[in-house]
Ligand binder design. Structure first.
Ligand SMILES: Nc1ncnc2c1ncn2[C@@H]1O[C@H](COP(=O)(O)OP(=O)(O)OP(=O)(O)O)[C@@H](O)[C@H]1O
Length: 319
């Protein structure tokens, strides 16, 4: 049974369709990267799963349980939700903060002490146990947010842009923490704009745009899909021993080529998005140049990483 499932999940805010028939399946133990531009509907989806928002129609399920008022208590006991903001906690030190939330989960006595010690160790915050919550750096506050949602040992973690606003070191620390939680067997749904970090952390990715799920698959599938979806966005790097400008002029005329730019001593050749024979563009370019007497010294395709795949698959609608 899937750990997280949404079935035609739809949310309207007045006229605005924030989510449109979203069908998402996340299996137990997966780390799912939920990627999309601002306003795509990521927070809306996560809030519905966290029982904080009602869908307009459709259904969300956590471990087979329908998320709604009837099962809200049970669903909450299975999830840990880290929102994209950290509230203000005046005059409260870290261990009081955790004690307060542990109490609200009904964790008492020695067990509470034990659990708080465990989550502080796991999030590398034990040395800050007596520090004021408001004095912590943003990175530490984010780790404390994760510590808080681990108190009741949930199966599922819902993290809304946990790396936003963090400096590079804090981001790496957060990523290492999430990797550890993944290894511990938690099912993780994480939204982010930091696409390359998702590649390192998540084994499955979903790309959402304007409330619709555009693609979902493993990291390799996403990259392969982008690579094989025609010439769209594919770029070749071409270099010749001499007469680069003439080679550029020749390629500019060739079919299936959208744009040729000179970059340093080589050419960046963008293929037309709808070129029917984009798959054999490289050998065609090579033979055209050689036939015209150019000494070809380099011809390779620019690598597709998650970032470029994302730009292709979302047709550049992202900012
Ligand atoms: N309470 C609300 N009332 C009206 N519109 C809303 C409300 N909350 C969100 N929206 C709109 O719904 C759409 C989806 O928003 P959502 O916050 O889910 O996107 P997101 O993908 O999380 O974006 P971001 O990356 O900026 O956090 C946006 O157009 C947003 O302006």
């Amino acid at each position: 049974m899937s750990m997280i499932q949404t079935i035609n999940l739809t949310k309207r805010y007045g006229e605005l369709m924030a989510l449109s028939n979203l069908n998402l399946t996340i299996e137990q133990g997966q780390c799912f990267g939920f990627i999309g531009p601002n306003g795509a509907g990521k927070t809306t989806t996560i809030k519905i799963l966290a029982t904080l928002l009602k869908p307009t129609w459709g259904e969300a399920r956590v471990d087979g349980l329908s998320v709604g008022p009837v099962n809200a208590r049970q669903v909450r006991s299975m999830i840990g939700y880290v929102p994209d903001f950290f509230g203000s906690y005046d005059d409260m030190v870290v261990k009081e903060y955790l004690s307060f939330f542990a109490a609200s989960y009904g964790i008492t006595g020695d067990h509470r002490k034990q659990v708080i010690g465990d989550v502080l160790d796991l999030t590398d915050l034990a040395y800050k146990a007596d520090a004021e919550v408001n004095s912590l750096s943003r990175g530490m506050q984010q780790r404390l947010s994760v510590a808080r949602v681990l108190l009741h040992d949930p199966k599922v973690l819902l993290l809304d842009e946990p790396a936003s606003g963090l400096d590079p070191r804090a981001r790496i620390e957060m990523r290492e923490l999430l990797k550890e939680l993944h290894l511990m067997g938690k099912t993780i749904l994480i939204s982010s704009h930091i696409l390359l970090e998702m590649a390192d952390l998540c084994n499955v990715v979903g790309i959402i745009e304007q409330g619709e799920l555009k693609f979902t698959g493993t990291m390799d599938e996403i990259i392969e899909r982008a690579r094989t979806m025609g010439g769209g966005g594919r770029v070749l790097t071409v270099a010749v021993a001499s007469k680069t400008a003439q080679a550029a002029a020749l390629l500019q005329q060739a079919p299936g080529i959208e744009k040729v730019e000179a970059v340093n001593s080589h050419l960046r050749v963008s293929l037309s998005p709808d070129a029917p024979n984009a798959h054999d563009a490289a050998p065609r370019i090579a033979s055209a140049l050689v036939q015209q007497g150019f000494a070809l010294t380099r011809l390779e395709e620019e690598q597709v990483n998650l970032e470029t795949a994302f730009m292709r698959l979302t047709k550049g609608l992202v900012q």
